[in-house]
Design a protein around this ligand. Structure first.
Ligand code: ADP
Ligand code: MG
Length: 387
């Protein structure tokens, strides 16, 4: 399957650019198993890379040629052409900023880059909360690092990609998505401490335990550069300031009563989610180590309730996906990603996939919602060279 997609990518590349790519690279989207909005509060997250990939073909231009990028997506639209000299977001189509932004961030770090042709072919659903955006950035960053022999470590590429997304695309996100895409390994979740940037691979043997994770894409659209996300970041920053800590990571669950007395209700609710969610990530890691994935269902459900009731980032469609899959026999379920739409995940016995998928579709039909896209994901490998 991968080879077939890669061959098609190379053929399409020739159609778009009239030549063959130097190499092809792939970077995965991700599911966040637990730990939502904890990343920019210097807390813990536990994502895993999925078997949905952004693939790119790359042809580096002659160093003496004009420094020009040509960027295209098999998703459609014309080839975007942009000069590297004086590169700014305003000069690039919004979607192509995820590619051009990586060039921009690398140049900002002092790497003078040649021009290039890049064709993107991604099967990470767009705007579903599975990080189609970081998948693009990470494929580009890995490709440039390898082809131009920039000598950057993967954890440095994470920061380059985050810079591209924050300052070129304009989405104020943490390092969760890029870390998952670049640092994940097969059959593991990535336990990431967003303060120290330390990572640890945590075994997530789903198939061996007869389990699967279903993604339920509600198709309700969300956007990270919308006001809602910025407002949440602001609320968390204010909460930390008023509690006298550097970041909410520094507040333990034993300080929640004090926080409730000190903060106005709206800020307290946000703080409570972050503080309890950090603890749930630690508890999930501990349970995975001792009891395996079948044991983490209650924590997933508690995480969803916290996002719905305290953080205020769920929506009716996500709540219905969670309650219906639980009622139909899932082990655990929660919304995943930034919120305001996107996807929910459900952890279940693989043998119940059909039953639970049908139940969710029927519930969505009955509620008059769009038919969700439902598919299984497996914890896959991080970004890699394909050829
Ligand atoms: P998410 O990362 O959750 O999928 P984002 O809003 O962060 O959502 O990123 C989605 C954006 O990434 C799209 O609006 C588009 O600009 C870009 N994108 C993702 N995949 C593709 C693709 N295959 N072709 C073109 N642009 C894409
Ligand atoms: Mg994104």
């Amino acid at each position: 399957m991968k080879d077939h997609r890669m061959n098609t990518l190379a053929e399409n590349f020739a159609t778009y650019f009239g030549q063959t790519p130097d190499a092809c690279f792939a970077a995965p989207g991700r599911v966040n198993l637990i730990g939502e909005h904890t990343d920019y509060n210097e807390g813990y997250v536990l994502p895993f890379a999925i078997d949905r990939l952004a693939m790119i073909g790359v042809k580096i231009h002659d160093g003496k040629a004009e420094r020009r990028l040509r960027i295209a997506s098999t998703h459609g639209g014309p080839v975007i052409e942009v000069q590297l000299h004086g590169l700014s977001p305003a000069s690039v189509e919004p979607w192509a900023r995820y590619v051009a932004g990586v060039f921009w961030a690398l140049e900002l770090r002092g790497h003078r880059l040649p021009g290039a042709d890049i064709l993107l072919d991604s099967n990470v659903p767009i705007g579903a909360g599975l990080s189609s955006s970081a998948a693009i950035e990470c494929a580009v960053a890995l490709g440039l690092n390898e082809l131009l022999e920039l000598g950057l470590e993967r954890d440095e590429l994470v920061l380059i990609c985050q810079r591209a997304e924050n300052d070129f695309v304009g989405a104020p996100t943490g390092i969760l998505d890029q870390s998952a895409s670049l640092l994940s390994t097969t059959e593991h979740a990535l336990f990431l401490d967003c303060r120290t940037k330390e990572t640890e691979q945590i075994q997530l043997p789903l198939a061996a335990n007869g389990l699967t994770v279903l993604v339920i894409d509600t198709k309700v659209s969300h956007s990270h550069d919308s006001g809602g996300y910025k407002e949440l970041v602001r609320a968390c920053t204010q909460g930390a300031q008023e509690l006298g800590v550097v970041a909410l990571r520094d507040v333990g669950t034993n300080r929640l009563e004090e926080a409730q007395r000190a903060l106005v209700p709206d800020i307290y609710r946000r703080v409570k989610h972050i503080v309890t969610e950090n603890q749930r990530v630690l508890d999930t890691v501990a349970l995975l180590r001792t009891h395996g994935p079948a044991a983490i269902g209650d924590l997933l459900v508690a995480s969803h309730a916290s996002m719905r009731d305290d953080f205020g980032i769920s929506c009716d469609e996500l709540d219905l996906a969670v309650t219906t899959s639980m009622a139909a026999g899932a082990i655990g379920a929660r919304m995943t990603g930034g919120g305001f739409g996107g996807s929910a995940i459900a952890l279940l016995e693989a043998s119940r996939t059909e039953e639970i998928s049908v139940a969710v579709c029927e519930a969505f039909d009955a509620a008059g919602y769009l038919r969700p896209d439902i598919f299984s994901v497996i914890p896959g490998a991080g970004a890699r060279r394909l050829s």
